[in-house]
Write a protein that binds this ligand. Structure first.
Ligand code: COA
Length: 231
């Protein structure tokens, strides 16, 4: 590798604090560990994202493809100030979110993908992402867009996000909405769940192995009857 050239190709990065892991007790009684991933865990997470790229339902194909590319770019140092969080229940990957810092003050929400549906994994992970930007990265606001109607209901409506006139979001230049610190703290008691510290045994299990459901199961879960995994 030409190290001098590589140095030029890599965007400079802030020193970003890591998201402190937590555990959320789901409505089903399951315990979802929410934690940040390291770059060396990206290939395994991509195994769960890949099948979603072909699912022409609820914009899974668009979001899955974009998330795949963003995670890969971050792993290979081609995405600036990025991070990713995952949710695991019994070690199984049930969802993934990612974002980045545009500046010290402004956070960019990139994607939210629920691999297991019907347990609000996506909603909880999105909330964790907002928590990260506002509370741990200490940002003033987060810029958010939605590619899907479900996303629009979950984020724009539930958090009463502020439409930013004349601001294009970096995801395709779509309409950008803003979560301010005030809005975050207003909705936090209702939407941001979980306990810290995450019990060490749960965290150790989650870190030891990210279990990926096979492609058939992921398809069934996303396209099949509501809550197929949890019955
Ligand atoms: C948006 C998203 C992250 C929300 O995840 P979530 O909070 O875990 O919610 P689910 O996807 O399980 O359920 C959302 C709705 O779809 C319905 N649904 C449709 N198919 C379903 C299935 N196979 N299993 C469970 N629920 C299903 C649910 O009834 C639920 O309805 P509700 O909004 O009235 O509760 C997730 O739907 C997703 O990953 N979608 C594709 C990518 C995407 O759109 N990302 C957001 C971009 S802005």
């Amino acid at each position: 590798m030409d190290l001098e050239l590589e140095k030029m190709l890599r965007p400079p990065e802030y020193d970003m604090p890591l998201y402190p892991p937590k555990v959320i007790t789901l409505a089903t009684g399951g315990q979802m560990v929410v934690r940040p991933i390291e770059r060396d865990e990206v290939p395994i997470v991509l195994k769960a994202v890949k099948p979603t790229m072909k699912i022409d339902r609820d914009f899974y194909d668009v979001v899955g493809s974009r998330l795949y590319s963003e995670l890969l770019s971050w792993q290979k140092y081609r995405c600036r100030n990025a991070y990713a969080l995952i949710g695991q229940v019994d070690g199984i990957l049930v969802g993934c979110v990612n974002g980045r810092m545009l500046s010290k003050k402004v956070g960019i929400s990139l994607h939210t993908l629920a691999i297991e549906r019907g347990i609000r994994a996506g909603a909880h992970l999105f909330a964790a992402k907002m928590e990260h930007h506002i509370e741990f990265l200490g940002q003033k606001e987060v810029w958010i867009t939605a590619e899907s109607p479900i996303g629009f209901r979950r984020w724009m409506i539930e958090y009463e996000l502020i439409k930013q006139e004349g601001v294009q979001h970096e995801l395709g230049g779509a309409e950008s909405f803003k979560l301010s610190r005030e809005l975050y703290f207003k909705h936090k008691p209702r939407l941001v769940a979980g306990l810290r510290p995450c019990p060490p045994d749960l965290l150790e299990k989650a870190r030891k192995e990210i279990i990926i459901a096979d492609e058939d199961m992921i398809n069934k879960q996303i396209c099949g009857a509501k809550g197929a995994w949890n019955k």
